[in-house]
Design a protein around this ligand. Structure first.
Ligand code: 1PZ
Length: 227
């Protein structure tokens, strides 16, 4: 749309991907889920080089799941990596899920992405409620401490703290979310922020729906703590 041509990143693609990831049977389509993440990676990349290690991490996880999908293509018996539930069933049946040690299963890999979506939900909700005085770095780290830090080592938590200090300011953030070329005018900035907020709201809803279904699937299979 006209509103949201931000560099390479387009938030409506995030919205579309996560909306179309959910089927009528409350299945999560992995291809759509990964596409949603591809777009989020573009957003991360637009934020600057300091948080480059974060987008590298996400890309690595996306690649791993896609490699697994390519390695176990559809047959007449089914398509193992078509949906989240089919992946879980396939990997459990094939003994690929290790409950005691780190492994390279799709289940444990996607769990990291899933926890990151939790971070993203918390962060975006905080952005929605925020005002001009709140710094993006602060909103990020509050969400980080709640959603991801409990799973990270001390060293990593420190590195993330350093990376978050280098985040761009609010105006730049909304420019990326809902980019326009012109800058500066107060009225225009406010208008852009309003439009950005509306799209953010719908995106948060789509992500929350995907998150909740995914959470339930991990819970049912006792896989919320996969190492
Ligand atoms: C908008 C600014 C973004 C701030 C993001 C908040 C901080 C995220 C910190 C991520 C650290 C990445 C370094 C590698 C961590 C991995 O050790 C862990 C566990 O994986 P394992 O080692 O078990 O294989 N990886 C993760 O926890 C995944 C973290 C990804 C974070 C992505 C957040 C961005 C979401 C999209 C934003 C648009």
């Amino acid at each position: 749309s006209r509103l949201c041509r931000g560099r390479d990143f387009q938030i409506h693609r995030v919205l579309t991907a996560f909306n179309s990831a959910v089927t009528g049977e409350r299945e999560i389509l992995l291809d759509r889920y990964l596409e949603g993440w591809d777009e989020l990676v573009k957003f991360l990349e637009a934020l600057g080089t300091v948080i480059g290690f974060i987008s590298q991490e996400v890309k690595g996880k996306l690649e791993l799941v896609r490699d697994l999908r390519r390695g176990a293509p559809a047959t007449e018996k089914g398509d193992p990596y078509r949906t989240l539930r089919s992946m879980m069933a396939h990997e459990l049946r094939a003994g690929l899920v290790d409950f005691r040690r780190q492994s390279l299963s799709g289940c444990r890999t996607l769990l990291r992405l899933h926890r990151s979506l939790h971070w993203l939900q918390l962060f975006l909700r905080a952005v929605e409620r925020s005002s001009a005085v709140d710094s993006m770095g602060a909103l990020c780290s509050v969400a980080y401490n709640q959603a991801l830090a409990p799973y990270h080592s001390w060293l990593l938590r420190k590195a993330v703290g350093v990376a978050l200090v280098a985040l761009p300011d609010r105006a730049e953030f909304f420019r990326i979310v809902c980019g326009e070329e012109e800058k500066g005018e107060r009225e225009r900035e406010r208008e852009r922020e309003r439009e950005g907020r509306q799209l953010l709201e719908r995106t948060v809803l789509a992500i929350t729906r995907v998150y909740n279904i995914t959470q339930e699937a991990y819970q049912v299979n006792g896989m919320l703590d996969l190492p």
